[in-house]
Design a protein around this ligand. Structure first.
Ligand code: NAD
Ligand code: LMR
Ligand code: MG
Length: 632
């Protein structure tokens, strides 16, 4: 089977290059066309011009029954790489000026075709060009892919467990060909980015997330598993779409729903007890419920709640540093959070914990600095002549304890009457920003454009010398505001971060408005990798806190001063190695680390921080062609 390619730690300085990996000989038990059709072993690629470029040396052709199945010319991996990149760049040129959706889907298709044919080359071009390709195989384009799923995927990826498979999952799980699985990303398609319920089409999210696990954390692509729990969909458009490939029924609810998740989790834990399970893009009520249900039974975490919380906390601490204030000044920051969903409440809960630890006071006291805005639905009755009309009125406003049907998960963050500076229950976002003058305005609402010109202008009166605008909703069109609008209306001295990537803004006179990507991609790969290599059976708040603190401390003073709160995506492998080390060392400190492979708990406990980073790095898979036959 495939061996982990070794990558020396020295190559993992903050520059990006990796030294050459030293592949071990790898036996393959397939022959002839079966090898060409297996993207894991295939060394041929099809470029746009339609002919095969092939990297199989003559020895392998003779010994693996490939002679005559390929054109005679053997070209190197580097030549194949250059050929693919040439095809990609010419696609970019030929589609210039076409609508964003057309261009990004065309780019996704050429990458997906390579993924289907030659995984080694696919992951190498992804790792080497992560800044260009992450927005295509991940956010924001992955949202478009999910919306157009039925017409896009050529080769099925991952596994699908549906409500019709009840009672069958324990046997189904053995249909997956890999004996070992390290990372599983699971969704039920109920809240795909800010696009809502996309049913079975949401499988694109686990696939994209796991591509980031391979690219950022060096998880071996033969040991990943994207999973869709298809429990139906409430998306009427999909139910009526004759091409829809999922169950044509409304979503399961209550115990029926949980029974499906339980059965899947039991099956996967039985076959791969050490696999890490990441829950992704579940609607809020199930996101919280499943996290509490499984986090003490399986090594799992919910990325939208916990991964996002860590990334946002790192950005909040960075925005304190950007004001030239000591980190402990975080407890004096006034923060407005728009969206009390799985992500928004996850962020609030981690931020309150961090602030109350810093201030040494109760979480109740600390909550004063946070203001939460979310939807409220009120029943109004009007009398019209003899008839009485009842109408449901939905609006978005400040969450206070006076709110009638307050979601229990949001209750801890509801303001008491005396804490709202004269504001009323349901005060609008603009009223809150004008009155509170917040240091930070953070959006996780899923609704594009709600940080409108008035709201952004009101942020000019912020109590902060560097007001922070975090428009974290995805994909791009769902961002609470664009980077250009933020710098234009809130002023040039803001710090800005968004969930989807925007280009930096040219402010004129040589000044640049730096745009950060506040996306959980900076943490989930390190959380998964650190938990995996630690051998811990659970992912604790302490491990997640360590991940967030590692990300928060990663940036240098000069980067922070420029308004750069997160690392460039080009250094995502370096930050992932450090986050993974922080998570592993937290597991050791909590005596949860049982080791991984030949490295036991004692060795882990004796590693210094630097040695832990190196250990993590040494275990990052890197794509190179391995010999498929022994030379002699
Ligand atoms: N940047 C990241 O890393 C990251 C991480 C997780 C989620 N997200 C994004 O955040 C968004 C929300 O994700 P979620 O899981 O919390 O979804 P969710 O559906 O659980 O929560 C969204 C919340 O926003 C509220 N809301 C909607 N419109 C609003 C408005 N105008 N004003 C105030 N509140 C409003 C809803 O009532 C709901 O409570 C999505 O777009 C998602 O893609 C980004
Ligand atoms: O998927 C992402 O880009 C981040 C996050 O998990 C989200 O749901 O938006
Ligand atoms: Mg998500």
């Amino acid at each position: 089977m495939w061996r982990l390619a070794r990558v020396t730690a020295t190559s993992l300085s903050r520059s990006r290059r990796f030294s050459t990996a030293i592949p071990g000989p790898c036996m393959v038990h397939k022959r002839g066309a079966d090898i060409l059709h297996d993207p894991w072993f295939n060394k041929a690629i099809k470029v746009i011009r339609g002919y095969d470029d092939t990297g199989f040396p003559l020895t392998e052709r003779d010994r693996l029954g490939l002679r005559g199945l390929l054109p005679p010319r053997v070209i190197s991996f580097e030549q194949q790489y250059a050929r693919f990149m040439e095809s990609y760049r010419s696609l970019e040129k030929n589609t210039q000026g076409q609508p964003y959706g057309v261009v990004s889907l065309a780019k996704w298709r050429i990458l997906n075709r390579l993924h289907d044919r030659n995984e080694t080359l696919y992951y190498r071009v992804l790792i080497d060009n992560i800044k260009d390709f992450a927005p295509i195989i991940y956010t924001p384009t992955v949202g478009l892919v999910c919306q157009n799923y039925s017409g896009l995927f050529r080769r099925p990826r991952g596994m699908y467990f549906s409500a019709k498979d009840k009672g069958e999952m324990m046997s189904m799980i053995y249909n997956w060909p890999a004996h070992q699985v390290d990372m599983i990303v699971l969704t039920d398609g109920s809240r795909i980015l800010g696009l809502g319920d996309l049913g079975v089409q949401g499988i694109g999210i686990p696939i994209g997330k796991l591509d980031m696990y391979v690219a950022a954390a060096g998880i071996n692509p033969q040991r990943i598993l994207p999973v869709m729990l298809d429990v139906g969909t409430n998306n009427q458009e999909l139910l009526e779409d004759r091409l829809y490939l999922g169950l044509r029924q409304p979503r399961l609810e209550g115990e029926e729903y949980l029974a499906i998740v339980d059965e899947f989790m039991e099956a996967v834990h039985t076959r791969w007890p050490k696999a890490i399970v990441q829950f992704e893009d579940f609607q809020m009520k199930w996101a919280f419920e499943t996290l509490q249900r499984y986090r003490k039974r399986v090594c799992m975490f919910n990325d939208d709640i916990q991964g996002t919380a860590g990334v946002a906390l790192a950005g909040l601490l960075g925005s304190v540093r950007a004001q030239g204030r000591p980190l402990t000044d975080f407890v004096n920051q006034k923060i407005v959070v728009v969206g009390a969903g799985s992500a928004g409440l996850g962020v609030l809960s981690m931020a309150v914990q961090a602030a109350s630890r810093m201030a040494g006071n109760s979480e109740a006291v600390t909550r004063n600095q946070f203001f939460l805005i979310d939807k409220d639905v009120r029943l109004y009755t009007f009398s019209l002549s003899q008839t009485c009309i009842e109408a449901l009125y939905q609006f978005y406003g400040l969450v206070t304890k006076e709110r009638k049907n307050l979601d229990p998960a949001a209750a801890p963050f509801a303001k008491a009457p005396g804490e709202i500076m004269g504001l009323k229950e349901g005060a609008t976002l603009l009223e809150v920003v004008k009155k509170v003058k917040p240091h930070v305005l953070l959006g996780l609402s899923g609704v594009g454009g709600i940080f409108n010109e008035e709201v952004l202008k009101a942020m000019r009166e912020s109590a902060s010398t560097k007001p922070a605008i975090f428009a974290m909703s995805n994909p791009t069109l769902n961002a609470e505001c664009t980077a250009a609008d933020a710098f234009k209306h809130a002023g040039e001295n803001i710090v800005f971060a968004s969930g989807s990537p925007f280009e930096n803004i040219d402010l004129g006179n040589g000044k640049v408005g730096y745009v950060n990507q506040a996306n959980n991609m900076y943490l989930f790969p390190g959380i998964g990798l650190g938990a995996l290599l630690s051998g811990a059976h659970f992912i604790t708040d302490g491990m997640l806190q360590a991940a967030a603190e590692c990300l928060a401390s990663y940036m240098t003073e000069e980067e922070i001063e420029k308004g750069i709160l997160y690392p460039s995506i080009n250094s995502i492998r370096q930050i992932t190695a450090e986050v993974g080390a922080a998570v592993l060392r937290a597991a050791v400190a909590e005596e949860l680390a049982e080791g991984h492979g030949e490295v036991g708990p004692k060795e882990l406990a004796h590693m210094s921080k630097e040695e832990t980073v190196e250990y993590i790095t040494q275990n990052m898979w890197f794509p190179v062609y391995s010999p498929l036959v022994h030379e002699k």
